[in-house]
Write a protein of this length. Structure first.
Length: 64
């Protein structure tokens, strides 16, 4: 929020990655918006997915 208050032109955001994945020889760290169980491949939305969805719907960056 302070970036906007400082007048920075913020036009977008790119999150890496949608799903937890295998990268750099490991399944760790997990940083996807959706967790993946490596045994069952079940996918579970993380709180960050809801946060990003809310941000997209509102179009407003919340204050820190």
């Amino acid at each position: 929020a302070s970036a906007l208050q400082d007048g920075l032109d913020i036009r977008g955001y790119l999150h890496w990655s949608l799903l937890d994945n295998y990268e750099w020889g490991s399944f760790r760290p997990t940083f996807g918006l959706i967790g993946v169980d490596r045994e069952t491949f079940e996918r579970t939305p993380k709180p960050s997915l809801a946060w990003l969805g809310d941000l997209a719907q509102r179009g407003i960056i919340p204050a820190a």
